[in-house]
Design a protein around this ligand. Sequence first.
Ligand code: 26V
Length: 809
Amino acid sequence: MPQITASDLKERIEKRLIIENGMEVANATNKDVYYALASIVNEEIIPNWFNTNQKYASKRSKQVYYLSMEFLIGRLLESNLLNYGMLHAAKEALEELGFHTENVFAEERDAALGNGGLGRLAACFLDSLASLYYPGHGFGIRYRYGLFEQRIIHGNQVELPDYWLKNPYPWETRNEEESVVIQFQGKVHMFKRNDGSLEFKYENTDKVMAVPYDIPVVGYKNNVVNTLRLWSAEPIPGTENERMEENQAFYHDLDHQHSIEQISGFLYPDDSSYEGKELRLKQQYFLVSSSIQNILKKFKKSYHLPLSKLPEKVVIQINDTHPSLAIPEMMRILMDDERMEWDAAWKVTTNVFAYTNHTTLSEALETWPEEMIKDLLPRIYMIIEEINERFCQSIWFDHEELRDEIPELAIISYGRVHMARLAIVSSFSVNGVARIHTEILKKKEMKDFYSLFPNKFNNKTNGITHRRWLLQVNPKLAEVVSDVIGSQWIKRPKQLISLLKYSNDKALLEQFDQVKHENKKLLANYIHQQTGILIDDQSIFDVQIKRLHEYKRQLLNIFHVIYLYNELKENPNQDMTPRTFIFGAKAAPSYYLAKEVIKLINTVASIVNYDTSIQGKLKVIFLENYNVSLAERIIPAADISEQISTASKEASGTGNMKMMMNGALTLGTLDGANIEIRDLVGDDNIFIFGLTADEVLEYYQNGGYNARDIYHTDDRVKRILDQLNQGAFGVHDIEFKDIFYNILYHNDPYFVLKDFEPYLETHELVERAYRDRLTWMNMSVTNIAYSGKFSSDQTIREYASDIWKIKQV
Ligand code: 26V
C-alpha cells in the first residue's frame, strides 16, 4: 500500500477541484472538498478492488455471501481513509487547506439502510471479512429511502423521509450489465418432458429488473477490497416498438413503473415487530432472487465445476429469516433451470445455507399468509410445500415421539408459512448471537428442532469492528493505548489485554481519565449546540442509546430519573454527584407505547433541565435522530452504559460492546452479551442487577408476579406512577395514562417495577464508585482491556472456521 503524504493529498485535492469544478480551493465548500477527497480515495481503491477480484478468481477460493435486508453502514469517507492508511494525511491536508476535517466528513449522509443491531452487525462483519483477508461479500437492497429521520416536536417523535441519495453517493458504482430479471405472480404450467422429468413454464409474470450498485469494502491496510452489492428495482427497458405501444398507455405505464421502483423504495422501519405486508415480501424475494442468480452465474463462469460442487465453493449466510426465500429460490433454479432432481438439488441447497437467528421475541418471528406467497410467488410456494411435506413425513416416520408436535414444527401450519422453521430445516447451521441466546433457542424456543438436528445449532457471539468503534471514533484513547502497549492491538485486538498490567498505574489512569474528560467536553459542546442545554462535563454521563422498545426498558431508566428528581426536590442540598442522562432512540412509527416513552423522556427533560432549585445536579438529554454518526459522538464520552433489558429478551446487544471498548462501565441485567462481559471483567468491574433470565421465564410460565403489590408497597414507585396518571408530567392530565395502565392493568409485562428497587440500589453503588476516580478508572481500563474479545474479527474468525470453512486469501 503506497504511502500518501499530506502534501500529495493537498495537491491532488487542489487539482481535482480545478478539473472537476473549475474552482480554486478558496472558493470551495465543504461539500466540494468532500467529493474531491472521496474521488481521490476511489482512485486508490479501484485498482485494489479489481486485483482482489482477480485474486479470488485465480485462486478459485470458496466465497461467503452475507445476505441481509439491512446494512447499517453510516458514513464511509473517514473509515475508508482509516482503512486505507490515509486518515492522518487527509486530516493534515484538509486543515492546511483551511477546512475542518469534521465538517468535511459531515457532508456525507449516513447510509442508514438498517434499523439497528442486526443491520449494524452486518456492516461490522463486512469490515472484518475484508480486514482479515476473507473472500466475503454482502448482498442487500439499495433502498432509495433509508431509516426515517427523527425530529422531536413538542416532545413527540415525528418521522421525515430519509432521501439519502439526493446528492450523488460517491461510493457506489452502477453495474447495469450484471442486471438480472425477477419474476412475480403469473401462472405456473407443468409439463412432462420426453425423459419423464418435469418442466415448469411461467405465464403472465410481472417482470422487474434488478440492477446492482456495488460499494467497495476496504480492508484495514491490507489491499483487500471486497464488495457490497445492493440491488435496485427498475422496469425492464423495452425495445423501441414496445415503448411506442406502451406510450399509448402512458399513465398506466407510469403507475406500473412506480410500483416496480417501490420494491427498492424504502426500508421498513420496524424492528422486532412483524407485519405481513406484501411489499416487504416482494422486497425479500427481490433480494434473494437477484443474489442467487448472481451467485450461480458467477460460480458457473469462474469455477467450471458441476453444480453439485457448489457447497465446496459457496456458502450463504442468511441474516435472520428475512432472506430465507433464498432457499426455495435456490431449489427452483437448480431444478427448473439446471434440471437437477429434487434430491440432488436438496443436497446442494442444504449444504450451502447457514442461518443466524437474532431474536426470540415471538412478535418478531416472520410468518407469511400462505395465500400471499402462493399468489406472489407461485412456483416458490410449490417448492416450500414440497419441503414441508417431506419434513413432516420424516417426523411422522422417523420421530414418533414428535408426532403430536407436527403443527408446531411444520413449515406450513394453520394457513401460515413459518420462515424460521423453513430456515432451520434447510440450513446446515443455525446460530444464535450470544451464549445465553443460543441456550434459550436450544432449550426453549427451538427445543424440538434442537432434538431433531442437534448438530446444526451453534453459538457465535456478536462483535463490533474495533477499527471504527475505537480507532476511528476515539483517536485520543487509541493513541494512549498504543503509547502504553504498542500498536499491535490494532491488528490483534485481543492484545488490548496487555492493558491489565497497567490498570493500577496511577499516572496512566489519570491519562485515561483525561481522555474521557476531553471526550465528554466535546459531547457537552455538541449537546449545547444542538439543544441549547448546558451540561456539566464533570457529571456522570449515563447513556442509553438503542432502538426504543418496551423490552429494552428505557422506561425503567426514566423512572429512576424521576425518582432522583423527586428526591432532589425534597432535599435540594443532598450530596450527590451530578448526573447527565443521555438518551438516543427511534421508535417504530406505529409503536404507540414506545412513542409515549419518548414523549415522557422529553417531558421529564423539559421539567428537570430548567428547574434551578435542583442546582444543576440532574440533566436529561434526548438527542434526536439517533444514528451511526451520532453513536460515534456519544460512545467515546460515556461513563455508564445502560444495558437494562428484561433478562432473556435482548439476544446479544452490541452497543454494550462499543461502550465497553471506550471505557464505559456497564450497568446492566444478566442478558445477552452482558453476561459474557461480566464473565470476562468480573463482578467488580460491572454493575449487574435484576431478575435473571430463568426467573423471568419462570414467571412467564407459572405466574406469581403481581405488579400491583409493588405499586401498593413501594412509595417511590407509587409516587412515580401516580405522577404519570395525574398528569404531573404533562400538559393535559391524561398525558401518560397509557403507560400507567400498561404497567398496572397488563401486569407490567417487562418487569419494570420488579427490577426498580435493585436498579436504584445499583445506581447508588455507581454514584459512590464514581467518587473514587482512581478505582473507577481502574475498572474502566479493565473493561477496555477485555473488550478485544468482542472485536468482530474474533466473531468472523469463528464463523469462518466453524461454519463457512473458508480460508484467508
Ligand atoms: C424484524 C423485522 C420484522 C419485520 C419488519 C422489519 C424487521 C426488521 C428487523 C427485525 C428483526 C430484529 C432483530 C434484531 O435486530 N435483533 C437484534 O440483533 C442484534 C444483532 O444480532 C442483537 O445484538 C440484538 O440483541 C437483537 O435485538
